[in-house]
Design a protein around this ligand. Sequence first.
Ligand SMILES: [Mg+2]
Length: 380
Amino acid sequence: MDKRDRYRGALIGEAAGDALGYTVEFLREPQIFQRFGPAGITDYVLDEQGVARFSDDTQMTLYTAEGLLFAHTRGALRGIMASISYYMSFMYQDWYRTQTEDFSERTRCAWVSGFPELFARRAPGTTCMTACATGANGTLESPINDSKGCGGIMRVAPVGLFYSKSFSNMTRHMTYADIQLQGAEIAALTHGHELGWLPAGAFAQIVSMIVHEDSPLPEAVAAASATLSEAFPKARMIGALQEIMERALSLASSGLSDLDAIHELGEGWVAEETLAIGVLCALRHQGDFAGAIAAASNHNGDSDSTAALAGTIIGAQIGYEAIPHRFIEPLELHEAIVEIADDLSTGCGHLSEFAPLDRAWAHKYIHHDYVQWRREGSKY
Ligand SMILES: [Mg+2]
């Protein structure tokens, strides 16, 4: 399989799971099954325009992707860059502004803020909103709150796409421990509890191993679990995360129904449960994209985030071309999501201060006005 197909599959899979689950995020099981029948929700509920809308999970994931590319574009062209988290906090503050004001094009940091669709408010997480209002600048050492909500993990898939142990390119080569650290630092910008950012680190490694090394999911989960203590030698909650990840693996092969197995793990509002439920549903529906995101949507808990994680995993495994069309065509901004996945796949290796600049790339990751530039016919 073309590697780019996996990047696209992961990001479209994330958005598709989010869009399916968002419809039932705040419904309890009796309401879900009463409204959608015994199988629960299995297809998008489209709005009046025929569009399947995604929520804050996908919005913030797109900002994460842009943050990585923004940072590394600066690094490639200037030979120096600050930490990824430094750039990422600007991205998340831009997302926050889309949720709270109609800010002018000239003051935007992120080119994706040029999409009017991203200004929609779809139940943004309170922790992310509060943290972004004050700068989104938490670190592992200086937590800004005690939240372990899933707002950190739900947005870090691009880290696993961008970095790999198997890259020889210096900017994109990372050990597993460093990939975890990068994922965790990005989550810690807004989520201070260890279980708010440890699962984000683990998830970044899992995505990287699937996309770049074609690792089977149980192997990737076990490897991520084993890397935790190397990546975070001072963390105290590693045992709790390892325990629930192991439980997800054993429940996957148990005789329980999907729903009963999910109940054993929790509701997914907190990050370690989100990861466990996402992994469980992906494992129980190997190769079956529709089945995995439906299983991860139809429960009492945080359906959009658990289905977003399951969708990321399955999408990365089977690739974009194998995702059923009915989950792609009506999906909000699906062409832009594919373009961003392709940019993550290209990386910044083609950039050099001595080479002519790719104009589209410059309008995305230097001038941040790509949407307007495209709209005006690429004249300037
Ligand atoms: Mg959401």
